[in-house]
Design a protein around this ligand. Structure first.
Ligand code: NAD
Length: 394
């Protein structure tokens, strides 16, 4: 079976789906690896490193013509979808629940689409395939470094002959995978770290890393399914916000990571809270996307300065800003998923298997994911209304 590694073409995407160190296990399982020329360049991996590991460097055309399975990071662009041929498979962060039409286009082209972001994350044998976690980990680490770089003072307490520097007060909002890594990184830099989440079990996790859990008077347990949070009710949100605004005002750095699956990220740092922060404070909004972010004033992909001197940074692809490290983890995740689907040197999809069932979105020319099919169902048109007479009366 020929496994192709495509060069990413999405703007700013510097990661690559496989690194040379990950080739050995796939080769041992009977896979021949083709790598598109320059695929590793964004991650400082030259073509020669892949050749030394036993891969063949090919052009983009040859990759799409010859590969049985193509490995990617970002979901294929419209042009890339056009390059696939019937019977081929693609594995990557396909985001079918955000972009079901691309999944449909792959299905129509007869491509087997396997989405790494649909891994059942709580299944213990799927841990090594959990690219959402590995990339969130990179993001949490990098968010703290970006904040420290933008903050015009020290993170640690420092006593020198020239005086004493106070440690930075850092607040992490959302204690999931990214939040835990952000806590650990900010602690290692010497900051005083507080953290908050709406899932009570996160308190112990934050404290075990040396952070103080921000305890609000309003007790909210928003534990949802699968370890995720549920959306707060309007009442819960209002009581949470008043207390959060007060806490945020006293912080030098706020890093937000809060997400609710399938929903717009909750606003946790309002314009009012930003207005309470001191000049020189920094906010890094990891949840920012075109859907919005955790900070009301975030502009995705931008760094802005508020009139009261607060810097708000809303990076749009943090893992891609640490491409070599992020790609090394991603390669482990994607090869672990692929290895579980290879039998006698060929792709063998057992749709009864929990991992395969969850990740295969299209197969044999049809969409197989019920969730994606549902998203593509036409929305019922509202029943015809009787014409409105002048003056507003029907
Ligand atoms: P996520 O990216 O969906 O959200 C990040 C955090 O934001 C979560 O901890 C969530 O509770 C929090 N949040 C949401 N709304 C909030 C609000 N209004 N205020 C404050 N915080 C809010 O989550 P994630 O990092 O992808 O993972 C979340 C959890 O999933 C993990 O902590 C874990 O329990 C579970 N998980 C389990 C495994 C495993 O079992 N192997 C692997 C990965 C994740």
């Amino acid at each position: 079976m020929k496994v192709g590694v495509a060069k990413e073409t999405a703007p700013g995407e510097r990661r690559v789906a496989l690194v040379p160190e990950a080739l050995g296990k796939l080769q041992a399982a009977g896979c021949e690896i083709l790598v598109e020329s320059g695929a590793g360049s964004g991650s400082a991996i030259p073509d020669s490193a892949y050749t030394e590991a036993g891969a063949t460097i090919v052009s983009a055309d040859a990759l799409y013509q010859q590969s049985d399975v193509i490995l990617k990071v970002a979901k294929p662009t419209t042009t890339e979808i056009g390059n696939f041929r019937e019977g081929q498979a693609v594995i990557g962060f396909l985001q079918p629940l955000i972009d079901p039409t691309s999944a449909q286009a792959l299905a129509r082209q007869g491509v087997t689409a396997i989405s790494l972001d649909a891994i059942p994350r709580t299944l213990s044998r799927a841990q090594t395939m959990d690219a959402l976690s590995s990339q969130a980990n990179v993001g949490g680490y990098k968010a703290v470094l970006i904040a420290a770089n933008a903050y015009g003072r020290y993170f640690p307490l420092l006593t020198t002959a020239a005086g004493t520097a106070k440690p930075a007060n850092v607040l992490i909002l959302g204690i999931g995978v990214a939040g835990l890594q952000a806590i650990g990184t900010a602690k290692r830099l010497g900051a005083v770290v507080k953290a908050y989440d709406v899932r009570p079990e996160t308190r112990e996790q934050a404290e075990s890393l040396g952070a103080q859990f921000l305890k609000l008077k309003t007790t909210i347990d928003a534990t949802g399914s699968g370890g995720y949070a549920r959306e707060l009710t309007d009442e819960e949100r209002a009581s949470q916000q008043a207390e959060l605004n007060e806490a945020i005002g006293g912080m030098d750095v706020v890093i937000t990571t809060a997400q609710v699956p399938g929903r717009k990220p909750p606003v946790l740092v309002t314009a009012d809270a930003v207005g309470r922060m001191k000049a020189g404070s920094v906010i890094v909004d990891m949840a920012a996307s075109t859907l919005g972010g955790n900070c009301e004033l975030s502009q995705v992909g931008e760094t802005i300065q508020t009139p009261n001197g607060v810097t708000i940074i809303a990076p749009d692809n943090l893992p891609a800003s640490m491409p070599a490290g992020a790609s090394a983890f991603y390669a482990r995740n994607i090869s672990s998923l692929l290895l579980g689907m290879v039998k006698d040197g060929a792709l063998h999809l057992d749709l009864e298997d929990e991992v395969t069932k969850s990740t295969v979105i299209s197969h044999d020319g049809s969409l197989v994911s019920e969730a994606v099919k549902k998203l593509l169902e036409p929305t019922p048109t509202p029943a015809a209304q009787p014409p409105t007479a002048p003056g507003g009366q029907a």
